[in-house]
Ligand binder design. Structure first.
Ligand SMILES: Cc1ncc(COP(=O)(O)O)c(C=O)c1O
Length: 301
């Protein structure tokens, strides 16, 4: 993978209660390997390819709407490497073509193995079996989070991000928050907006970053992937106001919570906040399929 040829823009959203909010548009880094996925994969892939495996193969894990699965499939296509996706839920075996994320990943060359939720939960056993079956393969954990991923996240920070007091990201598996925490300046704090209910996240992030400069905030809206009318309304209003698309699983929930915190006076006057737009926009098609089936307001840009 190459360093991106574009300068990633930082866009001002507003100043409210004397607090300035900006959004770094990492979603623009690549059309299909967007946001934090690009950086989480960067050193994983480059290190693997530098070892010159005879028959390269990338294996990874994810749910039916996973942004990570989508990014790995696109990466496999662009680098000419076969990809195997271990997908949670064997019930999808017969109808995955109806799922927009999996359909696109398949078009990008990914081969799937659908596993029961029970065996999916036991990743260590699954990984061992896969490594025996495919000894040359690069097996990337769910969400792409590992030490290489954390190292890659440093590139979301630059000279231009030094002036901010807070760096914010949505948190799934914690790699992005860990990278921001590890590479933040001394005077910067990281806020991670938890999208999943997972009490082990605090420790996993600390293990990866080795710094206690971050705080986790609940932003799960009743559970991972839960999309209600309030979040859809917020995403549509945000787009109308700022012409920036947000996804309903990660960035929409982070911005909803963060803006409410600003409005309710959580931050001191004069604070400058930088939120990371970590992409995930591929998930909107799947969310809209669901919303359409329930006859509810769609996300529309
Ligand atoms: C759009 C988006 N934002 C945020 C995250 C959370 O990143 P992490 O798993 O590193 O916590 C993800 C998952 O990779 C994601 O797809």
């Amino acid at each position: 993978m190459q360093f991106p040829s574009i300068e990633i823009p930082v866009q001002k959203i507003f100043t409210q209660n004397s607090v300035a909010l900006f959004l770094k548009r990492e979603d623009l880094i690549h059309p299909d390997i967007s946001g934090n996925k690009y950086w989480k994969l960067f050193y994983n892939i480059n290190h693997y390819l530098a070892e010159n495996p005879a028959a390269p193969l990338i294996i990874t894990f994810g749910g039916a709407f996973s942004n990570h699965i989508s990014a790995v499939a696109a990466l496999g296509k662009s680098e000419g490497i076969p990809t195997l996706g271990i997908i949670r839920g064997d019930e999808l075996k017969d109808n995955w073509q109806e799922n927009s994320t999996l359909k696109k990943a398949f078009e990008n060359g990914m081969v799937f193995r659908f596993v029961t939720r029970e065996s999916y939960r036991n990743k260590a056993a699954l990984t061992n079996t896969l490594q025996t079956e495919f000894p040359n393969a690069l097996i990337i954990p769910e969400g792409g989070t590992n030490a290489y991923a954390v190292w890659g996240i440093q590139h979301m920070l630059s000279e231009g991000t030094k002036e901010f007091d807070y760096l914010c990201t949505a948190v799934g598996t914690g790699g992005t928050a860990a990278g921001l925490s590890k590479f933040a300046k001394e005077n910067q704090s990281v806020l991670g907006f938890k999208i999943v209910k997972d009490n082990s996240l605090e420790d996993s992030i600390l293990n990866l970053s080795r710094r206690k400069n971050f705080k986790l905030i609940e932003a799960d809206f009743g559970g991972y992937g839960k999309i209600n009318a309030e979040i859809v309304g917020f995403i549509n209003e945000f787009y109308n106001a700022y012409k920036i698309p947000l996804d309903p699983v990660y960035t929409g929930k982070m911005m909803f919570k963060l803006i409410n915190m600003i409005k309710s006076g959580y931050f001191a006057e004069g604070t400058k906040i930088l939120a990371m737009h970590t992409g995930g926009l591929q998930g909107i098609a799947g969310a809209n399929d669901f919303l359409k089936s329930k006859n509810r307001e769609l996300i529309n840009f």
